[in-house]
Design a protein around this ligand. Sequence first.
Ligand SMILES: [Zn+2]
Length: 318
Amino acid sequence: MPILNRGLWHWLEESVRALAKADTGEPPTQVLRIGVITSPLGAEDTPALRFLILHLNTLQQSFQFELFPGMPSNPLLRKLASRILVDRDDARARMAAFVEQIKADIKRRNEDFQKHSPQLPLEAPPEKFVILSMTRFHDNFYSARVPDEAPVCAIIALGNWKRSMAPPTIVEFFLVLLLRQAVALASPSLSGSVHLGTKGCLFDLGEDLSDTRYKVLGGFVCDYCAKALSRDGHPALRQELTTILAKAWFGSPDKPSVVASIASNLGHNLFITKGLKPNFWESIRSTFRQETVKQLLTVLGTVLASALIFYLGFRSAH
Ligand SMILES: [Zn+2]
């Protein structure tokens, strides 16, 4: 009986795998659903932040972020909401249980809802979750993920953020770090730190927030990390992330985008407000800027209308 050489055997294995994959009819990469819990932010769990998180769904096709209410009695969420110094190891020890509890809670809510609307299909809860908080970990790390291999849950803890770190604002920190955690939940090669060098890459180690600000200000995906994304089956993600990180979708202070205008109407001026909520002076500046623009447009409109009337009157008189 002829013996297949190793190369031919490998080729046969790969062919069988490819055929099996094609039979399922599934696309090579699937959208990863990620439940986002913002309840530990308490009074700072603002509509603008929630709107911007959901807007990320329109800017890329790899992740689908879904907001879920927290569970008021859950011990992990209560700790993260308390804003006392939290032992990161203790938080990590509670995260796996939290995922099971919130999935059970979502299933229960779905079933309650279905009792009133039985015709609606019941969508299963996501498998992965990210919790946003303003807590501080005892070791000054600003994130935690479990388990180390193939994580299913992450916490972002920005209690060490200070207004003096802006720019970028804390909303930018949350959005960019949410993307970072989303990739960690999706891509095994990038589930942990990958390079010590600070490049402005989304996957810089960034031991403290002051280093992390560079990737939040205008990050990119370096070649090393882009190759890891491709290896893990996410070749399009580099471009999607780069586009989001460039933040052209914010517009500019003089020409805010529709997104920035909506955020402003929800009480958060992306170009002025540093924290999750505007302080007194930021509110004044934001209002002044909006009113100034309105007044300028009114004056400009009046001047143009007057000039037109004068011109038409001048023509009819001659
Ligand atoms: Zn990198």
